[in-house]
Every structure is written in C-alpha cells, then in structure tokens.
Design a protein around this ligand. Sequence first.
Ligand code: ZN
Length: 240
Amino acid sequence: MHRARYYFRILRTRAGCARRWTLVFFGAMIVLTSGCQQPTKPAPFPTRPGPQRPPTSPISGRTVVIDAGHGGKDTGAPGVGPLVEKYVNLAIAMRVADLLQQRGVNVVRTRRDDTFIPLDDRASTADRYAADLLVSIHADSAPNPRATGATIYIAGGATNQSKTAATRINASLSSAGIKTRGVRSAKFRVLVGHARPSVLVECGYLTNTVEASRLASGGYQARVAQAIATGVLDHLRALR
Ligand SMILES: [Zn+2]
C-alpha cells in the first residue's frame, strides 16, 4: 500500500435529500448514491489526456460561439442512471472553450453554468458576434439502448463552411478513437436560427450504458473536447 493515495468524501446534492460517496483509489473513481435520485452533475474525474499533436501557430481574429446545450429547467435528454444531459454538455463545452481560447480564438460561451437560455438567444449570439462558427454541444438519447456513437449535425442546405467544419470535427473524433455516425442534417433551431456557419455535436448516447458511463467521466469528456477543439482549429486554419 506504499504510495497508495485515496480519499473519501461525502457530498450532498442541491436538494439535500441524497448523498453521494466518492472514493478515489489509485486514480479510479467509484461513485455510490443513496436517497432520491436527483439529476447529478458529473463528478470531477482524473484526466488522462490522449496523444496530442505538437502545438501549432495560434489562431487570431476568429470568433467561435460555444453553446452548451440545455441548462436550468431544460435538463435535456434523460440517460441511464441519475446523470442528465445538461451537465455533460456543460462539462464538455467548457473544456472545448478553454482549449480554443488557449490557441488564441475569441470564444463566446452561451452559458457558463446551469442556466436556462432560450434557443433563439443561443442562435442570435452567433449573429451578434459575427461568429466564424457556432458549435452546439449535446449528448444523445434513443429508444434503442444499443444506439452508440457521436453525430455531427448541420442544417439542411448548410453553407460550405458549416459542412467543412462538420467534416473536420467528424474526422478529428474518429482519429481520437471515438465512434461517430458521421455528418447528418437536421433543422435544429440553433443551426437554422441565424446566418453564421454552425454545427451541432451529439457526443454520444446517454441511453447506452457503456457510452453513458464514459460520458460521465472527466477523462472521456476531456478526450471528446480535445477532439472537437482540434477539428474546429483545423477548420479555422483552413479559412485563412
Ligand atoms: Zn440535447
């Protein structure tokens, strides 16, 4: 047990009616819950970043809106267990935003916390800041519990800039070993309610047991975020 590190802590949810025991042991985390099942924010998780490419020149003069889907009273898709979509979206979106900012991108976040933002306000943010790209981040659900994989959506009749951004994000996710269902089109309001290039990334299915447990972990969230950010940076560099 030499050099073993562990700690034990008890957290109360906001409602105070459930307790969560978090045991961190040799870098692995076990979360046990009791009491009523409130929507649970993913616990921090030891980050193990995957292989990263060498740093490249910074991006300047480009603006990207990062939209963490749902929030507040709009919890998003229910998944297996107490985890709900709005928290997964926020965790991944904040990481993507930080990574882009570190590379010099001007980042606008539609939300930074568990706040409800109307869809039209999210969309209009892209116009207001003349964004080079809006990236809306979500997690999926389906009646079929076997459904898995990330999906990148663009509006029907999307511009070439939206298409190339989606293609690069899809390629980057695949390169990171994350299963994708490819680029598809949909009439999501956050894609069609403004005139700027935009994509919506469904990061995986919360209704699949395996994918939900991955999406709940900080390590996997970081991996997805890194892949999305890499795809966005590839796209922005190609705009030059
Ligand atoms: Zn969603």
